[in-house]
Design a protein. Structure first.
Lengths: 278, 290
């Protein structure tokens, strides 16, 4: 089998889900509206916080923290909030049986479908957020409250690569949620646990650098940092050179770990699979 | 070599139970209660290439479980299964590329995608050559009269349209073994006839091996030369339909139920309607669902 033939099912499954999810314009606009609102509140909280602190003691400038906030809002849909609803539905209705009938790797099939789902949700929201915080705010004369461009070309490239790794990392975590849903035949309980951990530990609530000094090493090494905090540090050139390579390597390491765990789990779950109804 | 070999197949399910009401719910939280049910308790049969087998039995008899094991979806708890010389579960990826499956109660097409796009996606998932795909698809579309629904999203199809599309979807990769699990459920008369006619042609003209489960005994009468009756996870009979009828009619003389007049037999005697034959057969073997 040629390489092209090998990847053909996965490419098609990704593209189909991606293109289908792009159709949901209302959801993207509504999500964008909420994210602007929350972004605004977070920026104001940060400004108040910075106003009361000695600037030279802080690990990042206010401008950086604001950029971080807008970028984090734009990439909100990138986070592994919940298992893939399509997988959850397949499990609940029993049409998971049909997924098992495809002559492809079961893990990879769900992985690309989930990747298409997440990518199609992130890209329109990110574009809208750039237009709002990166273009509209500076044009309106509120540039200091806006989204600053990356620190340089190198930083931009490193960020792009890191964001791609963040997508893969996120999907590998979504896959764990998917498999857990398949094993438990229901997704709700699992999703409820995932959300608070993801918001805090990815850096979405607050840049990890602003958390207590003693926690910094642990915060950076834990797998959720690769979802948002590491790409951000590359964007702002807080990590350069070997540090940047280390950040990307850390992301890659956690992807490998999560995929390995997911594959082990899916084999186990499929051996004990129940197909619900009829 | 047989196309399908099933030898003393066993599959058990754990069923969780709970007493009704608040007290039962609280007890259920503190202590989970499970019961093990034997869905299959030693099913054996063989199927040759090109055969069309009707697989019948009351609800809960183990028909769908058998199909799911043969399709590689479920792993058996005991016994041996070989399809084309392969273990369907352990060698799943290669196995499923050669089979087509329709579950009448579920949909394999993507709910929000137009039918034609769903077909295209299956083409890529099964890695079907483009030229071959077009020929097969066009043939299926015309045989199953799907021209008008190709651009419609699956969620907007009627049940009859959807079932025809499902059958086409299961055959796009030209499998040589077809599992149909209640393909006529809920269909109107013309759709049923269309499905039957199509299955017959696939079997006779292309030599596709077909395993069909149904509760519509007219499907069986119209299609199957050979029938396996399954009840309580066991094979109760494996014979031509006519042999079942003979067995029931021989026993029917002693039965207290009045014989309903069915269609006229060839020898002029009243013969039982097919439903009556099957229903009496279930009763004779105590096979009704618990």
């Amino acid at each position: 089998m040629t390489l092209q033939d090998l990847v053909r099912p996965y490419r098609a499954a990704f593209a189909s889900r991606f293109l289908q999810m792009l159709q949901y314009r209302t959801a993207a606009l509504a999500g964008f509206g909420t994210q602007c609102w929350w972004g605004g509140i977070k920026v104001m909280v940060l400004a108040a916080f910075y106003g009361n602190a000695a600037a030279d003691e802080l690990p990042m400038t206010l401008a950086h923290a604001i950029t971080y906030t807008w970028l984090a809002q734009g990439l909100l849909a990138l986070l592994p909030w919940a298992g893939d609803p399509e997988v959850a539905q397949a499990v609940r209705t029993g049409s998971v049986a049909y997924d098992r009938l495809r002559p492809v790797d079961g893990y990879a099939l769900w992985f690309v479908r989930s990747a298409g789902w997440i990518a199609a949700r992130v890209l329109p929201r990110l574009a809208l957020m750039v237009a709002f915080a990166g273009v509209a705010l500076p044009l309106l004369g509120w540039g200091e409250w806006g989204w600053q461009p990356p620190a340089g070309t190198g930083a931009a490239l490193a960020f792009a690569l890191s964001a791609l790794l963040a997508l893969l990392l996120s999907v590998s975590m979504v896959m764990l949620l998917n498999v857990a849903a398949a094993a438990a035949l229901n997704e709700r309980g699992i999703n409820a646990i995932a959300v608070p951990m993801v918001v805090v530990l990815s850096g979405n609530l607050l840049p990890l650098a602003l958390m207590p000094d003693g926690w910094q090493t642990a915060l950076l090494l834990q797998p959720l940092a690769g979802l948002m905090d590491i790409p951000m540090r590359l964007y702002m050139a807080q990590f350069t050179g070997w540090q940047a390579v280390g950040g990307l390597g850390l992301q890659a390491f956690w992807i490998v770990v999560m995929v390995a765990l997911g594959r082990l789990a899916i084999v186990r779950a499929m051996r004990r699979l129940d197909v619900q109804g009829g | 070599m047989s196309h399908i070999l099933v030898d003393r197949l066993v599959k058990t399910y754990r069923i969780s139970e709970r007493d009704p009401g608040l007290a039962g719910a609280i007890r259920g939280v503190l202590h989970r209660r499970h019961r093990t049910v034997e869905a299959l308790a030693g099913v054996s049969f063989e199927l040759e290439r090109g055969e069309l087998l009707g697989f019948i039995g009351p609800n809960g008899a183990g028909k769908s479980t058998t199909i799911k094991i043969l399709a590689g979806i479920l792993r058996p708890d005991g016994g041996r299964v070989e399809v084309d010389g392969r273990d369907p579960f352990e060698d799943r990826e290669r196995h499923v590329g050669r089979i087509g499956v329709v579950f009448g109660q579920r949909t394999q097409l993507w709910w929000d995608l137009p039918v034609g796009e769903g077909f295209d996606l299956l083409r890529d998932i099964y890695r079907v050559d483009e030229v071959r795909y077009r020929r097969t698809r066009d043939e299926l579309v015309s045989l199953l009269k799907l021209e008008r629904v190709l651009d419609q999203p699956v969620r907007q199809l009627s049940l009859g349209q959807r079932m025809r599309a499902e059958i086409a979807a299961a055959l796009l990769h030209e499998p040589d073994l077809l599992f149909l699990d209640e393909p006529t459920i809920g269909l109107d008369a013309p759709s049923k006839l269309a499905v039957r006619e199509f299955v017959r042609r696939a079997n006779r003209e292309r030599g596709t091996t077909v395993l069909l489960t149904t509760h519509d005994m007219h499907d069986i009468e119209a299609l199957a030369e050979r029938v396996i009756v399954i009840g309580h996870g066991r094979v109760l009979a494996d014979s031509p339909v006519e042999a079942l009828r003979a067995q029931v009619e021989a026993a029917g003389i002693a039965a207290d139920a009045p014989v309903e007049e069915g269609e006229e037999g060839q020898d002029g005697q009243a013969s039982l309607a097919i439903e009556e034959v099957i229903s009496r057969f279930y009763t004779m073997h105590g096979a009704h669902e618990a």
